[in-house]
Design a protein around this ligand. Structure first.
Ligand SMILES: Cc1cc2nc3c(=O)[nH]c(=O)nc-3n(C[C@H](O)[C@H](O)[C@H](O)COP(=O)(O)O)c2cc1C
Ligand code: SF4
Length: 690
């Protein structure tokens, strides 16, 4: 340890007899990296090896079914160790993690009634009790059947067998997931448990018995020194029968008495998807009237669950921790105050697996910050391979190896948005001589503007720009701001490689009346914002727009994909009455589904009228004339019309500059308008290729 600022965070810790090299724990996150055959393949090996290499104290390998397919919610892309035949491939996994000096636990789970993908075969869903469809939180759940006593015992055996396989595969411990809305939690929670036997509702001990039995059985088979970590809902919200904090604390006590070596605390919402697992999302688009009690909301979700840990720590002597938007600085603070024993993190480590090493080296400015965008959750929920918006190498560890370039080239990057900056960063890391030309006076492309519009992620988005700026300067990229680069500059510069990352083109609304003064095209909107950004930073501008904006009271937004919906949210928060008109079938394309599930009800509450599959006809004195999906002509009255049609590729620049250098590449939104994740991936790929 050589960094006193993070004295506690970098101190070794223990879970049972397993020593962690520091107090940072990579909590479980599904990746979809398992082979569909059920074996651990190279993608998963590379991902976990890299995570371990980054210096984290302990890795909890992702949610692994104790039974398959019944026990998982993401078949066929979820880990499952339900058969001995998989043990050798899991041994490979523990080997690569151990080789990096990192211990490895594995999280076991049984999905119970939770079936969000709807992909599980029609099945006999076993849980604590039989419920009716009406009693379920929503369509993502299957109607459960209460288990007989014999079945409960059978499941204790199923769980213990999975733990035995884990031990054989070399895992240093197991985490039993008794949280969220999985099978074990149906015993803990009065929402799900209606039993009257010794696993029933009558006492807290009875409700905890199933998980305690599992802990005891694992210990009996593997020895008392084999670490068992228990993840539970210490509190449940949004249902009058949800587990209370007082009950959750007692559950933790029973588990510790049964032999648990550590407790991970979680707060859970009955509806599952309203922002408690990623607690900063409680503030999107706006916080509810009442935030779940007992939790700490003073840092907008960061460390929200720490009070649960504090309460549990009063009754157990084993280590207790939680995750939830924690970071090294806040984590150190909580550790020093004795409020946490470990700091659980997932997304910050997805965004930058080297975060722990960078903390150790005291290089916080090199940490690539997670923007809280939820792209990772979005792809995972769709059973797609895990991806991170800001870390293109995640899940592509074998492809993204930074090797010195065979021949050092003179590289000219035009455009300082995410794709240009990432291409410049990676190319410079490989030893190329890179210069980046940005015509405005700021780096970041549209990201600072996006930060103004998205007030929830503003710090995180600005953090991303800061990260890129720091990195490209550190890697020796010459940055020329306020410098438009055309054919003359290129001829003068004589690059070997010319990278066009100039961003997309604005789309124009091609209907009668589109040039009226009260029509704000996206090009004009950007010009205005760029002008004000000469004088104010994004945060100040964000505040100023709450006081004044040259936009009328009633606004019609033309184009309802991600940009249109974000602008709508921004305007509603500034007191505007908003209507969104969209030509396509689905609104909000590009916004993660989890966020859409919060945004649409909020739009409803705020009276945002939405038209989809509408045809824009003309803008007159009376308003925007559209033909609705049903074929009805309608005039939507508004004071201002904001155009947020999809961007267009900048093919012109590619044509104009063709042949101006031995190698010319058009990347990012300039080639194909997309999201930040696409731009960064494009930039990284090109940086590796040249
Ligand atoms: C893509 C993704 C998948 C996740 N999958 C799991 C999982 O399989 N089991 C689990 O207990 N938690 C899962 N989580 C929750 C994380 O472990 C963590 O509790 C949560 O993301 C809050 O921590 P963070 O703010 O540091 O990301 C997942 C999180 C993400 C982002
Ligand atoms: S995808 Fe977004 S939320 Fe997920 S880790 Fe990456 S930056 Fe963070």
């Amino acid at each position: 340890m050589n960094n006193t600022k993070f004295e506690k965070l970098l101190e070794p810790g223990y879970i049972g007899k397993v020593r962690t090299r520091n107090r940072m724990i990579k909590t479980a996150n599904g990746t979809s990296f398992i082979e569909t055959s059920g074996y651990v393949g190279d993608r998963a090996l590379a991902y976990y090896e890299n995570m371990a290499k980054g210096g984290v104290g302990l890795i909890i390998v992702e949610s692994c079914g104790v039974e398959y397919p019944l026990g998982v919610q993401h078949p066929p892309v979820q880990f499952h160790l339900d058969d001995d035949k998989y043990i050798p491939s899991y041994s490979e996994l523990t080997k690569v993690i151990h080789a990096q000096g990192c211990p490895a636990f594995i999280q076991f789970q049984h999905a119970g009634p939770w079936n969000p993908t709807g992909l599980l075969p029609k099945r006999d869903t076993k849980a604590a009790s039989t419920l009716t469809r009406e009693e379920l939180p929503g369509p993502a759940f299957d109607v459960p059947r209460g288990m007989s006593l014999a079945e409960v015992r059978e499941y204790v055996d199923i769980w213990a067998k999975a733990a035995e396989r884990a031990a054989k595969a070399g895992f240093d411990g197991v985490e039993i997931n008794g949280a969220t809305c999985h099978q074990i939690n149906t015993f803990f929670s009065r929402i799900w448990n209606k039993r009257e036997d010794e696993y029933g509702l009558q006492t807290l001990e009875n409700r905890a018995r199933f998980m305690c039995d599992i802990v005891r059985e694992v210990k009996r088979r593997l020895g008392k020194d084999y670490p068992v970590l228990c993840l539970i809902n210490v509190a449940e919200y949004r249902h009058e029968k949800g587990t209370t904090l007082e009950e959750g604390v007692q559950f933790a006590r029973f588990l510790a008495e049964a032999g648990a070596d550590a407790i991970q605390c979680r707060a859970h919402s009955y509806h599952h998807r309203d922002g408690l697992i990623q607690p900063e999302k409680m503030f999107y688009p706006e916080p509810p009237e009442t935030l779940p009690k007992d939790l700490d909301w003073s840092r907008r979700g960061k460390g929200a669950m720490v009070p649960l840990v504090e309460a549990v720590k009063k009754v157990v002597s084993v280590p207790v921790f939680c995750a939830g938007r924690l970071d090294p600085v806040i984590g150190e603070d909580y550790l020093r105050q004795g409020k946490l024993d470990f700091v659980g993190m997932t997304r910050r480590l997805l965004a930058d697996p080297e975060l722990p090493s960078k903390v150790i080296a005291g290089k916080l400015e090199d940490i690539r910050s997670c923007t809280a965008c939820l792209h990772c959750i979005d792809v995972r929920n769709k059973n797609q391979l895990l991806e991170c918006q800001v870390n293109a190498s995640l899940g592509r560890e074998r492809e993204f190896v930074i090797q010195p370039a065979g021949r050092k080239k003179k590289v000219m990057v035009i455009g300082g948005g995410p794709s240009g900056m990432e291409a410049a960063r990676v190319a410079a890391l490989r030893g190329h001589q890179v210069s980046l030309f940005e015509k405005t006076t700021r780096l970041g492309g549209l990201v600072p503007m996006a930060a103004i519009v998205k007030d929830v992620e503003v710090d995180d988005l600005l953090g991303l720009v800061r990260y890129f700026r720091t990195q490209i300067v550190k890697e020796g990229v010459t940055v020329r701001l306020g410098k438009e680069a055309g054919p003359m500059e290129i001829a003068e510069f004589k690059p070997d490689v010319l990278i066009l990352a100039a961003g997309a083109l604005h789309n124009t609304l091609d209907i009668p009346g589109a040039n009226r003064r009260n029509v704000l095209s996206s090009a004009r909107l950007h010009r205005q914002l760029m002008f004000f950004m000469k004088f104010f930073g994004p945060k100040t501008l964000q505040s100023l727009t709450r006081v004044w904006m040259p936009i009328g009271k009633r606004v019609a937004i033309i184009g309802g994909a991600i940009h249109g919906c974000e602008v709508a949210e921004f305007l509603v928060k500034r007191g505007r009455e908003v209507t969104i008109v969209h030509a396509d079938k689905t609104l909000a394309a590009g916004i993660p589904v989890e966020d859409q599930l919060r945004l649409f009800p909020w739009f409803d509450k705020k009276g945002v009228v939405r038209y989809t599959e509408a045809k824009y006809e003309e803008i007159t004195d009376k308003g925007l004339v559209i033909t609705t999906r049903e074929g009805e002509k309608k005039t939507l009255e508004a004071d201002t019309f904001v155009v947020t049609l999809p961007y267009l590729p900048n093919t012109g620049i590619a044509k104009d500059l063709e042949g101006k250098a031995p190698e010319v590449y058009n990347i990012g939104s300039s080639a194909e308008p997309g999201l930040i994740v696409n731009a960064i991936l494009d930039g990284a790929r090109l940086g590796l290729k040249i």
